[in-house]
Design a protein around this ligand. Structure first.
Ligand code: BG6
Length: 509
């Protein structure tokens, strides 16, 4: 059999050809929000600038503001000028601006939705969008039922042989398993599952997609990627920013629901899953679902989890407020801003290997990484003093910033004695490639327009992730307030104890 047919990267290689979206338009609900301004509008411009949008591409904003088309155009313009990744080019902007429309109304306003339906029809005639439309719900989940019902009522949810209709939803996908099921039912009531695109923007990051290339395009890692060689895995998503301005979304939600349930469990799934039979969406999802179904939070939770809330203090020479002093948070809020959980993947490959997952705000620095920490060599034929500075071998996938991969291993210190010390070997995207990585939202919005679902978690993945996390959340809910930690540190003392109990320690990235 030819080598070509055996190559699991065959599909991915085809995907490297520029993929340009076909005739289409995008409707954004929630255009006045931060996500829209900082991520979505700039990503659309960046796609246009890279020539990846069709000539007649149209963007429709829907909101209560009393704006004319040109007012909305100005909002998009300012967002692009401030946040786009690629340089501002007047000609690209002008072409994009021609397709910008605004529909004014509230979610329960039938007339406004009829007007939206009319705008979609007009754009099909005027700009050749073919009626193909993606609806981006950048709105709180309580608004999903009313918006999806409105879309159904005015015929906007219906696809036919020539026209596609898709809905894009942002997390939070519920706040526990039960609410996630309800939410999925509401969305699936109107849009079939294959038309639902759930955004987990971590999956749009180049470094996250590279986990699959690292594991399955190479021969040297996979043989040791299992419980025989791996001591434990640490997945860290640390941020140095606080939660000022985000109380409305974050209070009562907390770090575990905000990012462990989605981003970090997706990172775990890609790190721990088996090789998919191909990179076709169905094959990829099947493996992710399998590994998530095998993943459980390790008990007893008093010892295997930690949660904290940042107090006020100094961070990098600046005085910062504690969470309870941030505007909008309840003065007795027990919302955690730091969460660490021990997980185990209960299958043959990973049995007994802890996956420590942590995240927090106002920590020492912004860094996301996956560290595979290997067992020590079974025998060291050296004097013990010669290996005092030898740690465990580790392979670290640096998701951001400073994207790349580091390998840590022992090396002889130059000199007459056989002294061994840890050294690192680095691969950095910035050194190896001249292209800069697109923003996650560029990739994901393009995939929505192309109808390419690989990077979007399905219903089942979302529900399995809640199944993993729910027992921990229930335990925390019964146990009062989280521990306070100082800003600029690496979280509460209980987080150190969590690993310390087994003689391990967190990395200080
Ligand atoms: C979001 C979370 O999903 O991811 C935020 O809601 C977090 O709390 C953000 O700050 C981090 O994204 P990134 O891409 O900057 O790591």
């Amino acid at each position: 059999m030819s080598r070509r047919w055996n190559n699991p990267l065959r599909d991915a290689r085809d995907k490297r050809l520029p993929r340009i979206a076909g005739p289409s338009s995008l409707v954004i609900f929630g255009v006045t929000g931060d996500l829209s301004r900082k991520k979505l509008m700039p990503a659309i411009y960046d796609l246009a600038n890279r020539g990846l949008l069709p000539a007649g591409f149209s963007l429709i904003g829907f909101a209560r503001r009393e704006w004319e088309h040109q007012d909305f155009g100005q909002v998009v313009h300012d967002a692009v000028a401030e946040h786009a990744r690629t340089p501002f080019r007047e000609s690209v902007w002008q072409r994009l601006a021609e397709g910008i429309r605004f529909v004014q109304g509230s979610f329960d306003d039938d007339d406004a939705f009829d007007q939206l339906a009319q705008t979609v029809r007009d754009l099909s005639d005027e700009r050749g969008t073919g009626g193909n439309t993606a609806f981006y719900l950048s709105i709180p989940p309580w608004a999903f039922p009313v918006v999806t019902k409105q879309l159904a009522r005015c015929g906007l949810a219906e696809a036919d042989a020539e026209t596609w209709r898709r809905v894009v939803i942002e997390k939070p996908f519920g706040h526990d398993l039960e609410s996630a099921r309800e939410l999925n039912a509401i969305v699936n009531d109107v849009f079939p599952e294959e038309s639902v695109f759930r955004i987990d923007h971590y999956l749009g990051k180049e470094t996250v997609q590279n986990i699959l290339a690292l594991r399955f395009a190479n021969q040297m890692f996979e043989p040791i990627w299992n419980a025989n060689y791996v001591d434990h895995v640490q997945i860290t998503m640390a941020e140095d920013i606080g939660l000022g301005g985000r109380a409305g979304y974050y209070d009562g939600i907390g770090a575990a629901r905000d990012v462990i349930q989605n981003h970090l469990l997706q990172l775990l799934a890609l790190t721990a899953m088996e090789e998919p039979v191909s990179f076709q969406p169905r094959a990829l999802r099947a493996e992710k679902v399998k590994v998530l179904a095998a993943t459980k939070a390790v008990e007893p939770f008093e010892e295997t989890t930690a949660r904290g809330q940042y107090g006020g203090g100094w961070q990098g020479g600046t005085k910062v407020p504690g969470l309870l002093q941030e505007e909008g948070f309840a003065k007795d809020s027990t919302t955690e801003t730091y969460a660490a959980v021990t997980l185990e993947v209960q299958n043959r490959r990973w049995a007994g290997v802890p996956f420590y997952v942590r995240t927090g705000k106002r920590l020492g620095r912004r860094v996301t990484e996956i560290a595979i920490v290997f067992k020590r060599a079974p025998h060291l034929p050296f004097d013990s003093t010669s290996t005092e500075e030898l740690g465990e071998n580790a392979l670290v996938i640096r998701v951001q910033p400073d994207e790349g991969i580091t390998m840590r291993f022992g090396s002889k210190v130059p000199g007459t004695t056989m002294e061994v010390r840890d050294v690192t070997m680095d691969f950095g995207y910035g050194h190896s490639f001249t292209e800069t990585s697109p923003e996650a939202y560029e990739r994901l919005i393009l995939d929505v327009l192309l109808g390419e679902p690989s990077l979007f978690p399905v219903n089942e993945e979302v529900e399995l992730s809640w199944e993993i996390l729910d027992p921990v959340l229930e335990h925390w809910a019964k146990h009062g307030a989280p521990e306070v930690y100082q800003p600029g540190t690496w979280g509460p003392p209980s987080a150190e104890e969590l690993l310390g109990r087994s003689g391990r320690h967190w990395r200080r990235p």
